[in-house]
Design a protein around this ligand. Structure first.
Ligand SMILES: Nc1ncnc2c1ncn2[C@@H]1O[C@H](COP(=O)(O)OP(=O)(O)OP(=O)(O)O)[C@@H](O)[C@H]1O
Length: 691
């Protein structure tokens, strides 16, 4: 439970620094052990690497960095496309010559010495681009190369710097905003009856369809002086509400910084703001932004504006120089070119900086990821309000990157869905002996974990009076919503009229009306021991190897049931792209992989990965089935909440009620709810065996 009392700020920062360090160490350790113990192909299968690549080009990218473009090696790829992989833009990777499949232990350090580190800036079907770290002007590889994902130390460094700043701040420097966020002062009161208040009572709504809970949340956020939380349960129009809030703030001539933990969360807002024709500026590398958002990107604006033309000239000159290196054999000449490049790079940065600072300084609405808000572009910029979307999915230290310069914060999120993933969960915070400057550090706060988000902490600290909840959901059939609403949201959710009764048979294409398409909640109960789970610590001979699926579980018989149900839905006319299968276990996803070949378009995902998404029909495979009632991962309410709130028209749960019931009170209630209210089915073992 996060503390309800005021927090000593230096202690808070010291604890965060210690926890972040432990987290980074866990991540580095995990990566090293995976790289050391698995073949490149194995790592690729686990989504951590791409193998069999060749360099297709090398050019100058943003900030004068060298960008490598890599494509599939013609000798191994018949399609010209990259193999399936899990590398995303923004990942930190190492590009190196590919070791032979049989090569023994690979140490990361050794790989780093031979290869080059960088950030993935673009992922396409047939190519992936990497901006190399500073200092790497040129790389040349002979033969095939591969890239492997590394721990993201850059993000940690930024969070660390932010916490160090907070730690060093003298109490006299604390703004009233900071005082409230740590409980040293109470939030300024807002009028009780907001709708009747002079300040925000009479709002001219831009979107007339907003519901009352959304309007109330907007009034509350406008009236709050220091902080407001907007609690948006699944499908309740959190982003919809934020758009109106931003537009209302613009009307009031406020300068706003809008952030989210991921690029996609930020782009989602840019896309929805764009039709309102308000001037907005999106920070972030263009390669990481949605194409529809590019018009607002700082980078593109830098290039299209007048000042940008001069910047462009230098860039062209740099590219020409870089190309000439290849043609030069003489070492002396090469050296001279490198010296020129260095000068040009400096000039380029200076010009770019000036151009950027003019553009940013003139913008009233700036959007960036939490991490991106810590870039040089926003140094010394001030905002009236910082808005954070998906705040319950971000580490608190990450939120402080933009918050350190804020006067007020509005955080939107749902603390009853999953928090950010933490790797060092079980390690206790160790007392730090040194502060940022080597002085004795503030004592750490025992019991604090990275899993506690800013959203959780503020709720515990100031109570529900700093939050407003959105209560009408626009996603799920009423029956799908019932259990999560009753158990997690105080029965306060209502299904909007447009969605509360819609079924698969009512889809706007031809779907047969049968028992699978007219029932919103189906429970296929596998109790009885015929559907046992399987342990996936895949390498029993060498348990230290580090499993690629973590300590995962699978359930082959249950996977067969999933396949049968998908077949039935598709036979009734439901399109595979309207169906998703989600499960908490990666090993179960692997067991279900053949579904994708049979039904292209269907989505398979882990519960954690599916947060924020929705589908017409969702099948949830619970996997756990054992005599001891061990439920592991399933014990986490927030994970189950995410799993059961993804579907719009049809939720099918497949699991062993006997095992699952023993897991927790919440699970017991859920199983009882399903037994009573769902269309309850018991599978025919013989039929499943034939599958
Ligand atoms: N007042 C409203 N009237 C009609 N439809 C609405 C309203 N508010 C939101 N919606 C619809 O509800 C859906 C969900 O909205 P939005 O994407 O803003 O939700 P969210 O809460 O951000 O989503 P998530 O649950 O994934 O966090 C959208 O299709 C949106 O158009």
């Amino acid at each position: 439970m996060p503390p309800r009392e005021p927090i000593d700020v230096p202690s808070f920062a010291a604890t965060q620094i210690a926890l972040l360090d432990q987290e980074l160490q866990s991540e580095i350790q995990e990566t090293s052990s995976l790289i050391a113990n698995h073949s490149p192909t194995g790592l690729q299968r686990a989504g951590l690497a791409i193998t069999n690549l060749t360099t297709s080009s090398q050019r100058t990218g943003l900030g004068g960095k060298t960008v490598l473009e890599l494509g599939p090696d013609g000798a191994t790829s018949s399609t010209g496309e990259l193999p399936e992989h899990g590398i995303r833009t923004g990942d930190i990777v190492l590009v190196a010559e590919q070791p032979a499949g049989s090569a023994k232990k690979r140490e990361v350090k050794e790989l780093e010495r031979k290869g080059a580190r960088g950030v993935v800036t673009r992922v396409q079907r047939a190519a992936v681009s990497v901006a190399l770290d500073e200092g790497r002007d040129e790389v040349s590889f002979s033969g095939r190369v591969w890239m492997v994902k590394l721990a993201d130390e850059v993000t940690y460094r930024r969070m660390n710097q932010t916490m160090e700043k907070l730690q060093k701040m003298g109490e006299a420097e604390y703004s009233s905003f900071i005082r409230v966020l740590f409980g040293l002062s109470s939030p300024s009161p807002v009028p009780k009856d907001l709708a009747a208040s002079d300040e925000v009572g009479n709002i001219e709504w831009i979107d007339p369809t907003l519901n009352d809970s959304q309007k109330d949340a907007i009034r509350f956020a406008l009236a709050s002086r220091e902080v407001a939380l907007i609690h948006g349960p699944p499908g309740t129009g959190k982003t919809h509400t934020l758009i109106e809030l931003i537009l209302q703030m613009i009307k009031r001539d406020q300068r706003i910084l809008v952030c989210g933990p991921s690029n996609i969360s930020v782009d989602n807002i840019v896309e929805r703001l764009a039709p309102h024709k308000v001037p907005i500026l999106r920070l972030g590398h263009p390669a990481r932004l949605l194409p529809s958002v590019l018009n607002h990107s700082l980078d593109v604006l830098t290039q299209t504006s007048e000042a940008g033309a001069i910047v462009k000239d230098v860039r062209a000159e740099m590219d020409a120089k870089q190309a000439s290196i290849k043609k030069t054999k003489s070492g002396k000449e090469r050296k001279a070119i490198y010296a020129d490049l260095k000068e040009l790079r400096k000039e380029y940065r200076e010009r770019e900086r000036r151009c950027v600072s003019n553009l940013v300084g003139g913008s009233k609405v700036v959007l960036a990821t939490l991490h991106g808000a810590g870039g040089y572009q926003l140094r010394n910029e001030e905002f009236d309000v910082v808005i954070i979307d998906e705040a319950s999915q971000a580490l608190e230290a990450q939120c402080w990157v933009p918050l350190l310069s804020a006067k007020k914060a509005v955080c939107a999120g749902d603390h009853l869905q999953l928090p950010p993933t933490i790797k060092s969960l079980n390690s206790k915070v160790k007392a730090t002996s040194k502060g940022a400057d080597g002085d004795a550090a503030a004592p750490v706060i025992k019991g604090m974990t990275l899993e506690t988000t800013l959203f959780d902490r503020l709720l515990a600290l100031h109570g529900p009076s700093i939050k407003r909840m959105l209560t009408i959901q626009y996603r799920m059939h009423e029956k799908i919503m019932r259990f999560p609403s009753d158990e997690l949201y105080d029965s306060r959710l209502t299904a909007a009229d447009a969605v509360k009764a819609r079924l698969l048979k009512d889809l706007d294409y031809d779907v047969e009306s049968n028992e699978d398409t007219t029932e919103p909640v189906i429970f296929i109960d596998t109790q009885g021991g015929d559907f046992p789970e399987r342990n996936e610590d895949d390498d029993k001979e060498n348990p230290k190897r580090g499993s690629l699926h973590g300590e995962s579980k699978s359930n082959e018989m249950e996977a067969a049931l999933v396949r049968l149900h998908v077949k039935q839905l598709v036979a009734a006319g439901v399109r595979p792209e309207d169906i998703a299968v989600v499960t908490p276990y990666n090993a179960q996803l692997a067991a279900l992989a053949s579904l994708k070949e049979k039904f292209p378009g269907i989505e398979l995902g882990s519960v954690d990965g599916f947060q924020g998404r929705e589908k017409e029909a969702v099948i949830v495979s619970l996997v756990r089935s054992n005599p001891d009632g061990e439920v592991g991962f399933l014990g986490e309410k927030r994970r189950l909440n995410v799993a059961m709130t993804r579907p719009k028209r049809s939720l099918t749960v497949i699991g062993d009620s006997e095992t699952v019931k023993k897991g927790s009170k919440f699970l017991k209630k859920w199983m009882e709810f399903l037994e009573e209210h769902a269309d309850l089915r018991y599978p025919d073992v013989a039929e499943v065996n034939r599958e």
